[in-house]
Design a protein around this ligand. Structure first.
Ligand SMILES: NC(=O)c1ccc[n+]([C@@H]2O[C@H](COP(=O)([O-])OP(=O)(O)OC[C@H]3O[C@@H](n4cnc5c(N)ncnc54)[C@H](O)[C@@H]3O)[C@@H](O)[C@H]2O)c1
Length: 353
C-alpha cells in the first residue's frame, strides 16, 4: 500500500499520518506540501514529517505525475483552509482548492490510483439553522472557500468509477491538539484565550451553530474512506461528524469555562450577525461507517488543548495576531516578499544575502 497525503504539513495532516501509520504499519506514506506553515510547530520533539517515508515540497498548481507512481490512495488535504484567507485571496483559493484538485484527481485516475479522498467541508451548507442539513439538502456556499469545495465535489463526481472510488468527506469544523496547531478555529481559540489570559471573547453574538469534530476523528474517517466499500457509491459525499456535536458557539465557550475555572466569557453584542450558521445531519455517516464514528468528545478535546498549550508555556494573549493564525502567516510571508500575490514562493528572495 502506498498512500499520498497532500497538505500533510498543516493542522489535520499530522493526525492523518499518525492514524495511517498505525493502521498500515507497512505502507509507504508520501507527503506533498508547499510548506506555508512549516515553522508553525507546536510539538517540538519530532518534526511530524519524519513519520512519512518520503516528503515532497511543491505546489499543487504545478503537480507532477511522477509523484503518483505506484500510489494506491490519495488523501487530498492541501488547500486554502478557511474563509478569511479565501475572502482575501479569492482567485487563488479557487485555483488551488478547485482547479488544482481536479487536475490532481485526473492525474491520479490516469496513474491507476484506486481511492481518492477529498477533504470537503460542511461550510457548504452556509445558513441552515432551521433544520439539520443532510447530503441531499440544498447547498448554500457563502464564501469563496465554501464555493471551492462545492465546485470540486461537482467536478469529482464524473471522474469516479469502479476503479477510481472517490469519497468527499464533508468535515465539521475541526478542533483538538495537533503538532501544527491552528488557533483560528472556534474551540481552539476559546481554549487558547482561557489558558493565556483567563478570558474568552466571542466575536459573534454567540448564537451561530457549528458542528465540531476532533482532528483524530477526522483521521479515522479518512482511514475508513481509503478502503470503504464502493457499494455505497463509486462517488460518495458524506457529512462527517456526529449529531451530538452540533453546538451553538456560546455553548462551546461555556463548556471551556466549566473545564478551566475562573474564566470570563464575553459576547460581542454589537457583532454583525454571522451568516455562517448551520446544523448538520450525520445519519449517512452513521450508516456507512458505523465502526468509525467520532469518539473524542467535547470535554476531552478541551482538556487535550489545555494540556498541550500549558506544556508549551502558552501565554500569548495576542494570539489572534500570532503564527497560529493561517491568514496572518500568509500575509506576513507576502509582506516579507517571500510569497507573491498568487501565494507562490519567490524562491530567490528566501535565500540569505
Ligand atoms: N480544519 C478544519 O476545520 C477543516 C474543516 C473542514 C475541511 N477542512 C479541510 O481539510 C484540509 C486540511 O485542513 P487544515 O486545517 O489542516 O488546513 P491547514 O491550512 O492547516 O493545512 C493545509 C495545508 O495545505 C498546504 N497547501 C496549501 N496550498 C497548497 C498548494 N498550492 N500546494 C501544496 N500544498 C498546499 C499548506 O501548506 C498546509 O500545510 C483543507 O482542505 C481544509 O479545507 C478543514
Amino acid at each position: 500500500m502506498k498512500i499520498l497525503i497532500t497538505g500533510n504539513m498543516g493542522y489535520v495532516g499530522p493526525s492523518v499520518v499518525n492514524q495511517l501509520r498505525a493502521s498500515y504499519p507497512d505502507a509507504t506514506l508520501v507527503g506533498f506540501d508547499i510548506g506555508y506553515f512549516g515553522n508553525c510547530i507546536t510539538s517540538p520533539e519530532v518534526l511530524p514529517e519524519c513519520r512519512v517515508d518520503l516528503q515532497y515540497f511543491g505546489d499543487m498548481r504545478q503537480f507532477s505525475q511522477e509523484v503518483l507512481s505506484g500510489v494506491d490512495a490519495v488523501v487530498h488535504l492541501a488547500g486554502i483552509s478557511n474563509d478569511p484567507i479565501g475572502n482575501k485571496f479569492e482567485e487563488v483559493t479557487l485555483d488551488i482548492n478547485h482547479r488544482a484538485s481536479i487536475n490532481l484527481a485526473k492525474k491520479a485516475r490516469e496513474a491507476g490510483v484506486k481511492s481518492f479522498i477529498f477533504a470537503s467541508s460542511c461550510s457548504m451548507y452556509g445558513t441552515a439553522e432551521d433544520s439539520a442539513r443532510a447530503e441531499k439538502s440544498p447547498l448554500n456556499p457563502l464564501t469563496a472557500y465554501a464555493k471551492s469545495k462545492v465546485f470540486t465535489e461537482k467536478d469529482l463526481e464524473p471522474l469516479a468509477d469502479k476503479k477510481f472510488v472517490v469519497t468527499c468527506l464533508r468535515f465539521s469544523t475541526a478542533c483538538g491538539w495537533s503538532d501544527r496547531l491552528r488557533l483560528d478555529l472556534v474551540l481552539n481559540d476559546f481554549v487558547a484565550g482561557a489558558v493565556a489570559s483567563g478570558r474568552i471573547t466571542i466575536l459573534s453574538d454567540g448564537t451561530p451553530w457549528r458542528p465540531l469534530i476532533n482532528v483524530k476523528d477526522m483521521a479515522r474517517a479518512i482511514d475508513w474512506a481509503i478502503t470503504r466499500d464502493a457499494c455505497n457509491g463509486e462517488f460518495l459525499a458524506v457529512n462527517v461528524g456526529s449529531d451530538e456535536w452540533n453546538y451553538q458557539v456560546k455553548d462551546l465557550a461555556e463548556a471551556v469555562a466549566r473545564v478551566i475555572p475562573g474564566v470570563s466569557v464575553s459576547i460581542n453584542k454589537d457583532a454583525q450577525p454571522d451568516k455562517r450558521s448551520y446544523r448538520v445531519n450525520f445519519d449517512l455517516f452513521k450508516k456507512v461507517a458505523p465502526s468509525y464514528q467520532p469518539r473524542v468528545d467535547l470535554i476531552a478535546s478541551i482538556k487535550e488543548l489545555k494540556e498541550g498549550l500549558e506544556a508549551m508555556g502558552f501565554k500569548d494573549g495576542e494570539f489572534r495576531n500570532s503564527k497560529y493564525m493561517r491568514l496572518k502567516i500568509l500575509t506576513q510571508l507576502q509582506e516579507k516578499g517571500l510569497l507573491n500575490e498568487k501565494l507562490q514562493w519567490i524562491k530567490a528572495h528566501s535565500c540569505p544575502k
